[in-house]
Each structure stands twice: as structure tokens, then as C-alpha cells.
Design a binder for this molecule. Structure first.
Ligand code: HEC
Ligand code: HEC
Ligand code: HEC
Ligand code: HEC
Length: 378
């Protein structure tokens, strides 16, 4: 973009990271670092940016020079905003204001007491007050709307004079900018799948003349930034290491606990179900772990959990007493632990309800039980 266009404004509408665990915190640091390298002009605070506390967010933003914006996230007592309500960028003679807004129905993560002191003011009311003031100072008014499409379109109709709305928080994409009220609304989806590009021809005298928009998929055709790639690979290795440490802790625990149910591995099943084993080995399930290795995501617990068998159990994937190769979605991922093997029909039937644990709406949008069951018949 920066080679093709002289004046580029790079923004994010929030929920760039989230989590609770130490691993997720380290990952969030990687994300913030990467965003710092990309040189964002404005970044709206979503509720999930508060997952590790305000100090974590504010320190990282300072370090990475990320300009946080949010006009309606305020300290309860003082009424002051946590971060600046908006920023103004100058491109030649044209001034562009970027305001951040957070949906007021969202619940802030309550992990730490400090959130008791933060409240979200009415988003529409805040915009109604702020937009006319900001309008006087800028030729173009952009709102980073951390409130999904429906509410963003209400914002466009209830608050005149917003030129561009970039939506965040909810999944869903629109391949082009949609006109709602006065505003062009960009909906670029989640999980870094697309970059939304909106090209505006602006003059200080006449405002926005024409526009053009598209979503650019961040697929294999886009070369990864070397440093960002090495950061994410480093993180992949780190999480692998942290898991290995956890496993060795679990080993001691599991030695103390014998006789409980266990994963036995597909090799065990093979001994008596040779024919089934051969069929299952040809399923895409069998190579689910390779899919992660290909994208250097094989260290990330958030991915591994659905691409392996029995993760989290000492006898499952990565576990200390893991008997064999539990990579991929093997027999026991669907049928349950081998030690629970019965021949009364229940062990087979139970597998039917396993699918939805991994085939979630998010990860397997086309999933339908009957059609998918047919494809794994064995
Ligand atoms: C432990 C998680 C997990 C469970 C349980 C699971 N799957 Fe899957 N499934 C996956 C993953 C991961 C893939 C993708 C594998 C790949 O391509 O890397 C997949 C792929 C598939 C595919 C192939 C899709 C394609 O287009 O190639 C079918 C069909 C399927 N699963 C059906 C089922 C059914 C039916 C069930 C329940 C009986 C089920 N799965 C249970 C994780 C799971
Ligand atoms: C909730 C379970 C779940 C999680 C978490 C998950 N996946 Fe998957 N993944 C699936 C399922 C199910 C499929 C098969 C979808 C289908 O074909 O319907 C799949 C398919 C895939 C595929 C092969 C198909 C494709 O679209 O190219 C890749 C690659 C993949 N996942 C990578 C990842 C990565 C990387 C992560 C972590 C960021 C991840 N997955 C996290 C369940 C999951
Ligand atoms: C993706 C999930 C999944 C995987 C992986 C899987 N199965 Fe199944 N399996 C099922 C489902 C679902 C059924 C059908 C259950 C039913 O409707 O009674 C089934 C049926 C069976 C049956 C027949 C049960 C009967 O009552 O007819 C056997 C035996 C079996 N599986 C063994 C295995 C073995 C052995 C493996 C590994 C080599 C394996 N399965 C891998 C989901 C899975
Ligand atoms: C020592 C031999 C043996 C091993 C090992 C074994 N099975 Fe079986 N399994 C059987 C026999 C025998 C039956 C009942 C006859 C049949 O339906 O084929 C059976 C039935 C099943 C059924 C249908 C059960 C039902 O509820 O009706 C499933 C599912 C199954 N096995 C899965 C597995 C899986 C998964 C493994 C590996 C964890 C495994 N089996 C390991 C011998 C074995």
C-alpha cells in the first residue's frame, strides 16, 4: 500500500489480542510488537485489549508507539478517558480525524479490580457530542467502531457527518465499503484474514470526491515481513517449550495416579481393528497436525487443541505418558479414551457427539453432521 499510495492511514478497530494465561500474554506482546513495526496511525481499544489490565496495554502502546483511541472508555470517578478520544493526522493540506468508540453493552474483563474503575459511556451519545467538534478541525472524520456492523450502521444514521466507519468486534466481512447514512462502512472481518483498503480522493475544499474499496486477503501471495515472521516463529517455539515444561510437571503427578482412564493410541486400536485403521489413516484427520506444521502453528495450544488427540491429558498428545503418536485427529479424539472401550454400543455412539467440539461454527462453517459423518464412514 505504501508503495502504491503516498498517503496511507493504517488503523485497527480493536480485539487484536485476548486471553488469560501467561502464554497468551506473551503472544499478545508479539502481536503488539508486530503492530508497532507496521506503524499504526490509530488503534481502537476493544474490550479484549484489557484482558491483561490497563497497565499492560498502556505500557506496550507507549513502547511500540501505538496511538490508542477510544472516546467513551472512561475512569468512573474522574470521567477522564483511558486513552485519547481521537487523533488527527495531516496529509498535505488534508486533515483526517480518527475517533475510537466501544460498544457500551460490552462487559469489560473483570480479572483485575482496576476495571471497577472503568466504565463505557453511551457510544451514540458520545459520538453525537464529539463528531461536530472534531468536524471543525478535520476534513475527513473516521470512526473506529468497536461495535459490529448493525450498531455501526445505526451510528451512521444517528450521527451525521461521519465519513468513514471501520467496524470491529464481530466477525463478518463486506467485500466493498457499504454506504450507510453519510458514511462509508468498512467491514474487514476478524483473525487477520483480510486488510480492508479504502481509497479516498479528498480535497480540503470539496471533501471526499470519489472512493474505491476492496478487501485484500492475507493469503500466501502476500510475503510475510521477515521480522514479524521470525517473531511469530519464536513464539511458536516458546509455547512448545512452555508446554514441554508443563508436561514434565504432569509426569510426576501422573506417576502418583495409576488406574485412571487413559488414551492408548491408534496403534493399540490397530491391533484389533486393522481394516478400520487403514481407512482412518487416509482421512484428512490423520494429517491435521501437518496442516499446523506447514504454517508454523504446531506450537500454539490454541490450534493444537483441535488438531491432535487428547491434548491436556497426561496420556494424550504431548502428555508425559503419551504412549504413541497422538498427532492428528485419531480414533480416540472421537471415540474417547481407549480404556473406556465397551462393546455395548455406547463407545461407538458417543463418537457422534464429538464432532461439534472441534467443528465449531468459527472453524468449520460448512459443517453439517449428516454430510460430514458420511465422509468419515469406516
Ligand atoms: C479433535 C478435533 C476434531 C474432532 C473431534 C472431529 N474433527 Fe473433523 N476435522 C478436524 C480437523 C482439525 C480437520 C482438518 C484436518 C486438516 O485438513 O488439517 C477436520 C476435517 C474433517 C473433515 C474433512 C473436511 C475436508 O473438507 O477435508 C471431515 C469430513 C470431518 N472432519 C468430519 C468429522 C466428523 C463427522 C466428526 C465427528 C464424528 C469429526 N470430524 C470430529 C478436527 C476434528
Ligand atoms: C475449535 C477447533 C479448532 C481450532 C481451535 C483450530 N482449528 Fe484448524 N481446523 C479445525 C477444523 C474442524 C477444520 C476442518 C474444517 C472443515 O473442513 O470443515 C480445520 C482446518 C484447518 C486447516 C486446513 C484447512 C484449511 O482451511 O486450510 C488448517 C491449515 C488449520 N485448520 C489451521 C489452524 C490453525 C493455524 C489454528 C490456530 C490458529 C487452528 N487451525 C485452530 C478445527 C480447529
Ligand atoms: C472423526 C471421528 C472418528 C475417528 C477419528 C474415528 N472414528 Fe470410529 N466412528 C466414528 C463415528 C461417528 C462412528 C459411528 C458411530 C455410530 O453411529 O454408531 C464410528 C464407528 C466406528 C466403529 C464401528 C462401531 C459400530 O458400532 O459399528 C468402529 C469399530 C470404530 N469406529 C473404530 C475406530 C477406530 C479403530 C479408529 C481409529 C483407527 C476410529 N474409529 C476413528 C468416529 C470416528
Ligand atoms: C483387543 C482388541 C481390541 C482393541 C485393542 C480395540 N478394540 Fe474396539 N472392539 C473390539 C471388539 C472385539 C469389538 C466388538 C466387535 C465389533 O463390533 O467389531 C470392538 C468394538 C469397538 C467399537 C464399537 C463399540 C460399540 O460400542 O459397539 C468401537 C467404536 C471400537 N471398538 C473402537 C476402538 C478404538 C477407538 C480402539 C483403540 C483405542 C479399539 N477399539 C481397540 C476389539 C478391540
Amino acid at each position: 500500500m505504501r508503495t502504491n499510495y503516498e498517503n496511507v492511514l493504517l488503523v485497527d478497530a480493536g480485539d487484536a489480542y485476548q486471553g488469560r494465561t501467561e502464554e497468551q500474554k506473551r503472544k499478545s506482546e508479539v502481536i503488539l510488537r508486530s503492530m508497532g513495526l507496521m506503524g499504526y496511525d490509530a488503534f481502537c481499544v476493544g474490550e479484549s485489549e484489557l484482558s491483561f489490565g490497563t497497565e499492560f496495554l498502556l505500557d506496550a502502546a507507549r513502547e511500540e508507539k501505538l496511538p490508542l483511541v477510544c472516546a467513551n472508555l472512561v475512569y468512573n470517578k474522574s470521567g477522564k478517558t483511558l486513552v485519547q478520544p481521537y487523533v488527527i493526522k495531516k496529509f498535505g493540506k488534508v486533515k483526517v480525524a480518527v475517533i475510537g468508540l466501544l460498544d457500551d453493552v460490552l462487559v469489560l474483563p473483570k480479572a483485575q479490580a482496576e476495571y471497577d474503575s472503568l466504565v463505557i459511556l453511551g457510544a451514540i451519545e458520545t459520538a453525537q457530542q464529539l463528531v461536530p467538534q472534531v468536524r471543525k478541525k478535520a476534513d475527513v472524520v473516521v470512526v473506529l467502531s468497536h461495535m459490529g456492523f448493525a450498531k455501526s450502521s445505526k451510528l451512521a444514521t444517528d450521527v451525521p457527518d461521519i465519513d468513514v466507519i471501520v467496524t470491529g468486534h464481530n466477525p463478518g466481512v463486506s467485500m466493498e465499503a457499504r454506504k450507510e447514512g453519510d458514511a462509508l462502512v468498512m467491514m474487514s472481518g476478524t483473525r487477520g484474514q483480510y486488510v480492508g483498503c479504502l481509497v479516498l480522493n479528498v480535497s480540503p475544499e470539496a471533501g471526499i470526491g470519489s472512493h474505491d474499496s476492496k478487501l485484500v486477503p492475507l493469503d500466501g501471495r502476500i510475503r510475510k515481513h521477515d521480522l514479524v515472521e521470525s517473531l511469530s516463529n519464536e513464539y511458536n517455539e516458546l509455547e512448545k517449550k512452555l508446554r514441554a515444561e508443563k508436561v514434565s510437571r504432569q509426569k510426576e503427578e501422573s506417576l502418583a495416579r495409576t488406574g485412571s482412564d487413559q488414551y492408548l493410541s491408534a496403534e493399540t486400536c490397530k491391533r484389533c481393528h486393522e481394516e478400520v485403521f487403514q481407512k482412518v489413516a487416509r482421512m484428512t484427520h490423520a494429517t491435521a497436525f501437518q496442516s499446523l506444521e506447514k504454517s508454523n502453528s504446531d506450537g500454539l495450544s490454541e490450534c493444537v487443541i483441535c488438531h491432535t488427540t487428547g491434548m491436556g491429558n497426561p496420556s494424550g498428545f504431548g502428555g508425559a505418558s503419551s504412549p504413541g503418536d497422538m498427532k492428528g485427529v485419531q480414533c480416540e479424539a472421537c471415540h474417547g479414551m481407549g480404556s473406556r472401550h465397551t462393546r455395548d454400543g455406547t463407545y461407538g455412539k458417543a463418537a457422534q457427539s464429538s464432532c461439534v467440539g472441534c467443528h465449531t461454527e468459527d472453524r468449520s462453517p460448512e459443517f453439517s453432521l449428516q454430510a460430514y459423518l458420511k465422509r468419515i464412514a469406516h
